[in-house]
Design a protein. Structure first.
Length: 507
């Protein structure tokens, strides 16, 4: 039986394992620069299968925590959870398989070296992954470099996709030189990739020298981390204890003279809109403390037909005790906050019990004096277009409120924070992150985490942020780089079918 195992596929799978190690945790980010070399060395005979197995191992390792979400908190039995997990891993692995297959096919049919095509194809497919079937852009390869500051400053031009392209280019160059050390193209390739690296890291050095935070408008922000485990969060018997803990932590934060208090996603496990003793306690705190409060809470609206629609929202409560604005979650989590095709997929309703069937809201920065805050609720922070829309509508500070209790003591909270860091870089804006169980943090426009706390501990942290976004190429043009890669990949795929036929006719 062992003799039938394709050793090349084992090597490809090993490549996926190496790539997974470059992500939090353990966060060996340097591995991403070489992890795919084994895959590229063995993919010639079975390019799709090789890429697929590398992707399968990578996503299985990086997303292992999904089983915690589905079994511990989603109510699924272990077998159903495993099936759902494997289906998602299989779907995501297809992107790796298609990338290597297209690159190899381009070499065979058009004579285009893998080094020239694969980086562009990879970026195109990562971009597609962020949009297809509502999108799941988790663990794009560029995010592995979150702690390599000079490598990620280009995100204000290309987004995370430019970092992905550099990683794939270096991996492909190493494979090219190993396979064809004396080929003239290899010598030219070394020079070309060297120029790319010099410009990429040179930009990082130049940008880093410009990032002194001398913005005239500053804000003292207090992040409140209540630390309620998911099993406790929606227990009606704990509602008063929940509010008392948040109010107590907020009272402690007043010693640091904050200008704004931020509570995390769904901090109030009840509708803050409804008149109640609990809601009154929350509304009374800003007038008593003299500090505005941004609070995550479920909300509702009534349609013209009299139907109730539920939203995952944040309210800004001013020092007058009045709600001055509501920001709703726009990009909902499929099977977590709503069930796509709910009537057809009613058999998985159990997964969303206790979470609710929400509807998407609209982008609406919240007012704070003369400034405004762009609120990204939980999962929204992994979608670059949402942060960009907030900034383009005038947000002076990005705020990510989240409840990562779903992830338990896994790598997911660290992966989530890693992606949030890129939203700050893309628009050179501060990002304040308040998480129910952590990781709460303040992120500078350079992507540096300047303040953070542990997970699963109640705490309050206060730090100073600058207000205002610095206009960047990315703010103005968005994912132009990724779209260009997608167009080139489309042309490459078309040419692979057309050019051989033209040659055959000409012959």
């Amino acid at each position: 039986m062992m003799t039938r195992i394709d050793k090349n596929l084992l090597i490809a799978a090993f490549s996926g394992g190496l790539l997974a190690l470059s992500f939090p945790r353990p966060d060996f980010y340097w591995l991403a620069w070489v992890a795919l070399v084994p895959l590229l060395l063995v993919m010639e005979k079975r390019p799709f299968a090789s890429g697929f197995w590398a992707g399968a191992v990578f996503f299985a390792a990086v997303l292992y925590w999904l089983n915690i979400v589905m079994t511990t908190f989603g109510g699924l039995d272990p077998f159903s959870s495993l099936v759902a997990y494997l289906l998602l891993v299989t779907y995501l692995a297809l992107f790796f398989g298609v990338a290597t297959w297209l690159a190899r096919r381009g070499k065979l049919r058009l004579g285009i070296p893998v080094l020239l095509s694969l980086p562009i194809i990879w970026v195109a497919l990562e971009f597609l992954r962020g949009w297809l079937l509502t999108g799941f852009p988790w663990a794009l390869i560029g995010y592995s470099q979150q702690n390599f500051s000079l490598a990620i400053q280009s995100a204000d031009v290309t987004g995370v996709y430019g970092v992905s392209l550099m990683l794939i280019a270096v991996n492909a160059l190493i494979a090219q030189v190993i396979q064809y050390p004396r080929h003239s193209f290899s010598r030219w390739a070394v020079g070309g990739v060297a120029l790319l690296l010099i410009s990429h890291f040179g930009y990082g050095v130049w940008r880093s020298g410009q990032l002194a935070d001398d913005r005239p408008q500053q804000l003292q922000v207090a992040l409140i981390q209540g630390n309620f485990e998911q099993s406790q969060k929606w227990d009606p018997a704990l509602q008063q204890e929940t509010i008392e803990r948040y109010l107590s932590l907020s009272q402690q934060a007043l010693a640091q003279s904050p200008d704004l208090l931020i509570w995390p996603e769904a901090a109030t496990p009840f509708f803050l809109q409804d008149p109640s003793a609990l809601a009154a306690q929350v509304h009374a705190f800003p007038p008593r403390s003299g500090v505005p409060l941004l609070v995550g809470t479920p909300a509702y609206q009534v349609t013209a037909a009299g139907e109730y629609q539920y939203l995952n929202s944040a309210f800004m409560i001013g020092t007058d005790g009045v709600r001055h604005g509501r920001s709703d979650k726009v990009h909902l989590v499929p099977f977590g906050e709503y069930v796509p095709l709910g009537r057809l997929l009613s058999f998985i309703d159990k997964l969303v019990v206790g979470v609710g069937d929400f509807v998407p809201g609209a982008i609406a920065p919240l007012p704070l004096g003369e400034h405004s805050l762009g609120v990204l609720v939980c999962y929204e922070v992994i979608f670059p277009y949402l942060a960009r829309r907030h900034v383009r509508q005038g947000a002076d500070l990005l705020v990510n409120i989240t409840n990562d209790a779903w992830f338990g003591h896994s790598s997911a909270p660290y992966q989530h924070l890693a992606m949030a860091r890129f939203r700050a870089i893309e628009h050179r804006i501060w990002l304040a992150r308040s998480a129910n169980t952590g990781i709460s943090a303040l992120i500078a426009p350079s992507g540096e985490v300047v303040l953070s706390g542990p997970i699963f501990e109640p705490l309050q942290m206060t730090g100073r942020v600058g207000l205002g976004a610095v206009p960047t190429f990315y703010t103005r043009f968005g994912d132009l780089f990724a779209v260009a890669c997608l167009l080139l990949t489309t042309l490459l795929a078309i040419a692979q079918g057309v050019v051989p036929r033209l040659r055959k006719k000409a012959a």
